[in-house]
Design a protein around this ligand. Structure first.
Ligand code: AMP
Length: 169
């Protein structure tokens, strides 16, 4: 099926000028959900992925299901201050100010082959920070997968790993 029919554009959310890609209609449809997981997983099958890193919050919807498909583990990359154990942090620039993501210090290790998953690739700042953080722990980033890529924001150019997007705008 054409998954794009189940992605809803919400203008001016969460602030004026942003067109938010609402994925919840696709999540609600059993066939669309299964297709999304299958298409996110397929390019990385047989690539020796040991763990799938999902980005808080909507990356958490897809990454564990993709990990199950690939026979890999799941690692949450969270917003600062949420993880209970010793964490490593990577800051990144936003249009105004900075944000950061964290992973547990023992979540990925040298020898790990990591797939990073999020729902939407926009400017690429978040994904690039995740790639940097994973590499700082000595692991290899095999690639990044997204349900939706906003191509006009050129986020892909920030990433020096293979990038797959199920839907491109
Ligand atoms: P970026 O760091 O600019 O690539 O932003 C990526 C993060 O922001 C992802 O975790 C997305 O969930 C979220 N995001 C950015 N822009 C949008 C959008 N237009 N619609 C939905 N989510 C978005």
């Amino acid at each position: 099926m054409d998954l794009s029919t189940l992605i809803r554009d919400v203008p001016d959310f969460p602030k004026p000028g942003i067109v938010f890609k609402d994925i919840t209609p696709a999540l609600r449809d059993p066939s669309a959900l299964a297709q999304a997981i299958a298409e996110l997983s397929a390019p990385w099958s047989g690539r020796g992925i040991t763990a799938v890193v999902g980005i808080e919050a909507r990356g958490f919807i897809f990454a564990p299901a993709v990990a199950l498909e690939l026979g890999a583990g799941f690692v949450p990359a969270r917003k600062p201050g949420k993880l209970p154990w010793t964490a490593v942090r990577q800051a990144y620039g936003l249009e105004y100010g900075t944000d950061a993501i964290e992973m547990h210090i023992d979540a990925v290790r040298p020898g790990d082959r990591i797939l990073m998953i999020d729902d939407v690739l926009a400017t690429g700042g978040t994904a690039n920070a995740a790639v940097t953080l994973i590499r700082r722990q000595g692991a290899t980033v095999v690639g990044c997968g997204f349900l939706v890529e906003l191509g006009f924001l050129n986020g892909r150019q920030k990433l020096d790993v293979p990038v797959q997007a199920v839907l491109k705008y």
